[in-house]
Design a protein around this ligand. Structure first.
Ligand code: PDD
Length: 273
C-alpha cells in the first residue's frame, strides 16, 4: 500500500484510514470496488473504470458522494503524491453501518494506491493451467467485494499447480475468478455472453477483434479449443494452455492469443505516453 490514500473525502496517510468494524462491508461482505492501473503515471482506461464503479454503486443502492470529475481529480492527485508511475488503484465503497446489521446505509469510501506485479514472463511464454470448477457468481455483472468462494478455493487450485479456475454451470462457461475468458477455434474468437463481469480488458479486446462472437460457450468447447486465454487488468491477455489435466490445442500459447496481447500492449502504450 502506498503512503497516501483518499478516505472519506480527504487525502490522508494510508495507515490512518479507518472503517467501523460493524460495517456490513465487513460483517456481510456487502460493498463494491474497482481496480485499475497506471502506466507511466497515466490511469489506463480511467473513464471506463469510473463508469463501471458508478454503475456498481447504483446497482447496489449505495450512495457515492463523488461524480466522475471529482473522482478523476482525486485520482490524479493521488498518483502525483504517491509517485505512482506503474501501479494499481483500488476504489472501495462499503455497505455502511446499519442498525439491523443487514440493510445498506451510508458507506465509507476509499481510494488506495498499490504496487502491482504482472504474472511472470514464463507464464506468458508457456501459458497457465486452470481448474474447471462448477460455480456461478451471483450478481456477476456488479463488481462486489464478495470473493469468499474463490479465496477459499484458491488453496486447492494452488495445490494443483493451477493459476486460477474456469467457472462453469450446466455445461456453460462464464469466467475465471478475476478474469474473463476467450476461446479460439479454427481462427474464430468467442467469449461468454452471460453471468460475467463486463471486464474493461474484455471490452478493449472486443474492439481489437470486433469479429469476436459473444455467445454461450460450453465447457466441452473450451476443452476442445485451439487456444484459450484470460483477460483482466492485472493479467492483460494471459494464455491458458491446460484445463484440469487436458492440454489446450498443442499445449502452447497460440498465434491469436500472442497477437492480441501484443496489440493490447501497444494500445496501452499509445494512450499512456
Ligand atoms: N478482477 N471477472 C471478474 C470476476 C473480475 O473480478 C475481474 C477483474 C474481471 C476482469 O475485469 P477487468 O478486465 O476490468 O479487470 C472479470 C480484478 C482485476 C481483481 O479482482 O483483482
Amino acid at each position: 500500500m502506498k503512503t497516501f490514500c483518499f478516505a472519506n473525502s480527504q487525502i490522508i496517510e494510508s495507515e490512518k484510514a479507518k472503517i467501523h468494524p460493524m460495517d456490513i462491508g465487513l460483517i456481510r461482505g456487502y460493498g463494491i470496488f474497482d481496480f485499475f492501473r497506471t502506466s507511466n503515471y497515466s490511469p489506463v482506461f480511467l473513464n471506463d473504470y469510473l463508469d463501471r464503479f458508478i454503475r456498481s454503486a447504483e446497482k447496489t443502492f449505495l450512495a457515492l458522494d463523488f461524480g466522475k470529475e471529482e473522482l478523476s481529480q482525486v485520482i490524479h492527485e493521488l498518483i502525483e503524491k504517491n509517485d505512482l508511475k506503474n501501479g494499481g488503484i483500488r476504489m472501495f465503497l462499503s455497505g455502511g453501518v446499519s442498525e439491523n446489521h443487514f440493510s445498506p446505509t451510508k458507506g465509507s469510501f476509499f481510494i488506495f494506491c498499490e504496487d502491482l506485479d504482472f504474472p511472470s514472463k514464463d507464464k506468458y511464454e508457456k501459458g497457465v493451467k486452470l481448474l474447471a470448477l462448477e460455480h456461478i457468481r451471483s450478481i456477476a455483472d456488479i463488481k462486489t467485494t464478495n470473493y469468499a468462494f474463490p479465496v477459499w478455493h484458491s488453496k486447492i487450485w494452488k495445490k494443483e499447480g493451477a493459476e486460477d479456475v474456469i467457472y462453469h454451470m450446466n455445461g456453460q462457461v462464464s469466467e475465471s475468478s478475476r478474469s474473463n475468458i476467450f476461446i479460439v477455434k479454427d481462427g474464430k474468437i468467442s467469449t461468454p455472453a452471460n453471468h460475467i463481469l463486463h471486464g474493461i480488458t474484455r471490452k478493449r479486446l472486443l474492439e481489437l477483434a470486433p469479429q469476436t462472437q459473444i455467445r454461450n460457450i460450453t465447457l466441452k468447447e473450451a476443452l476442445n479449443a485451439d487456444e484459450v486465454f484470460m483477460t483482466s487488468t492485472t493479467k492483460k491477455v494471459l494464455p491458458v494452455t491446460q484445463i484440469d489435466e487436458l492440454k489446450i490445442g498443442n499445449g502452447h500459447p497460440g498465434p491469436i492469443t500472442k497477437k492480441l496481447l501484443e496489440e493490447f500492449t501497444e494500445l496501452e502504450q499509445k494512450i499512456s505516453v
